[in-house]
Write a protein that binds this ligand. Structure first.
Ligand code: SF4
Ligand code: SF4
Length: 370
């Protein structure tokens, strides 16, 4: 490593210059006590870019090391685990990022009992509801992340007819809510969350904590813009089939599955491009229609699943004439491109079109010396 001051490589020359900047430890306090299935926690263990192991072991140069407090993955159980949450709520765990998983039930609509809770109050002996944990922890957190569609927008639990009145974290805290560091709620939707989308966003926030990154860019639905600006369709392996109006009539086909119910053309999600684990998979890439799980309108606005989306009927019909014509023309061109040029042969004549220089010298010259 070069010394920026004198150009020496010696680590002894200017130790104060060579020393890397101090990198803090950042706690990640993760509540899975919303209405959910813990699927986002499980998904996160499949992350590779970066992996959760990289973050917990502090393997990324300059990035703060993570101390993860997640009830599914923690070594501690019971009160030993809750001690971290109590410390965070008391302002003794600093800085920490709060991750909320599961949708937030509305405890105000009940006369008695509760919808969701974790641990008990040592004074009253009463359960501490998920809402109370959020009320205690969110104001102390450096940033708050909603992981998965249930926590971001309510998800399946929040569909029409549900008894809990549950909602996403932004519905609960307010869409304009900001953390003490001035950061809006960071929503990473997905049912479950795409593993690398979660860890990459976590990495961004860790860099922001360390002063290495500007304010995290979020769209109007509070999603990181670099992850959710494009549609599934724009990154789908099957996009070429759509363009050529090659639509599957049943499962097991490699062609576009829009007529089987794929909402990819209008859904903002990078799973088509990113894949699921280690770049492999991703709903439509492997034959599963996109049902729009990263969108605030999910699930109600995408139902009934597995029916051709209303808009797709029109757009896919519009594509048919163009697509079939283009496909026929491409097949014609492709057939030509699949044949070698005619001058590649073993005959005793040269038919490449090569013109020998001697036959092109000035009049009266044999070309020698030129
Ligand atoms: S499968 Fe879905 S996302 Fe992929 S090309 Fe077809 S409509 Fe688009
Ligand atoms: S491709 Fe569609 S169904 Fe699959 S994760 Fe993305 S939004 Fe959800």
């Amino acid at each position: 490593m070069w010394c920026a001051r004198c150009g020496l490589i010696s680590r002894m020359a200017h130790p104060e210059v060579m020393r890397p900047p101090a990198v803090p430890v950042v706690h990640v306090v993760w509540i899975t006590a919303g209405l959910g299935c813990d699927g986002d926690t499980i998904a996160m263990t499949a992350a590779t870019h970066p992996s959760i192991e990289d973050l917990v072991l502090g393997q990324l140069p300059g990035v703060p090391q993570v101390r993860l407090h997640n009830p599914v993955l923690a070594y501690e159980v019971g009160d030993a685990f809750l001690a971290f949450l109590r410390s965070a709520a008391a302002g003794q765990l600093d800085p920490f990022l709060l991750v909320v998983e599961g949708s937030i039930p509305n405890e105000k609509i009940k006369e008695e009992g509760y919808w969701a809770a974790m641990g008990t109050d040592p004074v009253t002996g009463q359960p501490i509801t998920t809402c109370e944990w959020i009320d205690m922890l969110a104001p102390k957190a450096w940033a708050v992340i909603a992981a998965g569609t249930c926590a971001t927008y309510g998800g399946i639990h929040a569909m029409a007819g549900n008894p809990t009145g549950c909602m996403g974290l932004a519905d609960y805290l307010g869409w304009q809510w900001r953390s003490r560091a001035g950061i809006r709620i960071v929503c990473i939707p997905g049912c479950p969350v795409q593993p690398d989308n979660f860890t990459e966003t976590l990495l961004y926030l860790l860099r922001q904590v360390a002063g290495q990154a500007p304010m995290i860019p979020l769209d109007e639905a509070l999603r990181p813009t670099w992850l959710f600006a494009e549609t599934v369709h724009e990154g789908c392996d099957r996009g070429g089939y759509y363009e050529q109006a090659d639509f599957a009539a049943g499962y097991g086909s490699k062609t576009c599955i829009v007529k089987l119910g794929c909402w990819g053309p209008v859904v903002q999600c990078n799973v088509g491009k990113r894949g699921w684990m280690g770049g492999i998979g991703g709903c439509p890439n492997v034959g599963g229609v996109c049902i729009g799980c990263t969108m605030p309108g999910f699930p109600d606005k995408f139902m009934p699943f597995l029916d051709e989306p209303p808009g797709a009927k029109m757009s896919s019909s519009a594509v048919i004439m163009y697509g079939r014509t283009v496909r026929a023309l491409r097949q014609f061109t492709q057939a030509s491109l699949n044949r070698e040029p005619s001058w590649r042969h073993p005959r005793s004549e040269l038919t490449t079109g090569y013109l020998a220089p001697a036959k092109h010298g000035p009049a009266g010259s044999d070309g020698a010396g030129e």
